[in-house]
Design a protein around this ligand. Structure first.
Ligand code: FAD
Length: 317
């Protein structure tokens, strides 16, 4: 079912989660172990992230170094099919531009349509870890906007081969990313908003936000979207902070701030156990305030572990 239909039919705030594919060599059971304990909260959908290749240098005979491309995690098509089959819940694969030609994207979308996947989250994707900037694949897309346009075109029954006759249109509900604290490459919020609106105009149906720890920033972002004529549902993305390391790692990786009162609480913590408790408490408070504001859905970045999300969900739903 399309998420937008699900959201509009629900009278209350929904619950959803995001998981990442297991490392290659691990079984699908590791995914189920992360989802099983959360099923009692009836997730409206399960997002599955996409992780592109990395480059590593391998020492070869004679001492020379060979640059090798490796992918540590499998793609999303199989995992989404397995989740939908086991739980009868909508799985939402993240589709990225990075590393894909337009034709490969088209083929993946056709597979997803055959499997009954109704929703996709269309993203540009991160740059390769060892590269400073995002580089599009030759024949691929440079921006999320171009990917949204491609899916929108397939939804009209137009594929890359323009000689195709009577092609069945796909019927994807298209999600996109939004950044309450601005995407780090955007020179300012005005320009970020301009491109966000362009993606909506090109056919995107809903927005899921980057994680944030300060609800004020989310509320301001929603208002800014509405002021700019963006009327689609905006789903807040929430992460539970669980370790001291994340105090600096999350701001660095995701370009977000930790609000001062939260930071002061975390500073008092002696170890990761205490940080985890403070993180759960903060996320419960955040969630309850967002719930009061009638957000359409609370989306939790579980990163494959369920214990902390379960404790939050028990208090909130
Ligand atoms: P875009 O919409 O392409 O925007 C990127 C930047 O370019 C922004 O600064 C924007 O303002 C600017 N811009 C956009 N269009 C134009 C244009 N036409 N001309 C000039 N500038 C433009 N990454 C992964 O690799 N895998 C995942 O599974 C994944 N899941 C995510 C889920 C969520 C909810 C979020 C918020 C992010 C996720 N990401 C994921 C990270 C995401 O891929 C990165 O943040 C990436 O840097 C930007 O993606 P985007 O789709 O927002 O990009």
């Amino acid at each position: 079912m399309k998420l937008t239909e699900k959201l509009s039919q629900s009278k209350k705030t929904l619950f959803s989660i995001e998981i990442l594919p297991p490392l290659k060599g691990k079984s699908i059971q590791s995914i189920y172990d992360g989802i099983d304990p959360l099923m009692e909260f009836k997730p409206a959908f399960v997002d599955v992230t996409y992780h592109r290749e990395e480059y590593v240098y391998k020492k070869r005979e004679g001492g020379y170094l060979e640059k090798v491309s490796i992918r540590k995690r499998p793609g999303t098509v199989g995992i989404c099919a397995a989740i939908m089959n086991k739980y009868n819940v909508d799985a939402v694969p993240h589709i990225i531009c990075g590393g894909f030609t337009r034709e490969e994207t088209e083929n993946a979308l056709i597979d997803l349509q055959f499997l009954g996947v109704d929703n996709v989250l269309a993203l540009r994707g991160d740059s390769i870890k060892t590269e400073p900037n995002f580089v599009p694949e030759p024949g691929g897309h440079a921006y999320g906007l171009d990917l949204v346009k491609q899916i929108g075109t397939m939804n009209k029954g137009q594929y890359m081969d323009d000689e195709m006759k009577d092609a069945e249109p796909t019927n994807f509900c298209i999600g996109i990313a939004g950044y309450p604290e601005k995407h780090f490459e955007a020179p300012n919020m005005f320009s970020d908003m301009k491109y966000l609106k362009a993606k909506i105009d090109a056919g995107a149906d809903y927005i899921v936000t980057q994680m944030f720890f300060d609800n004020k920033k989310f509320f301001e972002f929603v208002q800014l979207c509405r002021d700019n004529g963006i009327t689609v549902p905006i789903i807040p993305g929430l992460k539970i902070l669980t370790s001291k390391k994340q105090l600096t790692a999350l701001p660095k990786i995701f370009h977000i701030d930790l609000p001062q009162p939260f930071y002061e609480e975390l500073e008092k913590c002696k170890d990761d156990k205490q940080v985890k408790e403070a993180g759960i408490k903060w996320c419960i408070e955040q969630s309850k305030e967002l719930l009061k504001a009638n957000v359409p859905c609370l989306h939790y970045y579980t990163m494959g572990t369920s214990d902390t999300t379960r404790r939050v969900a028990k208090e909130v739903f």
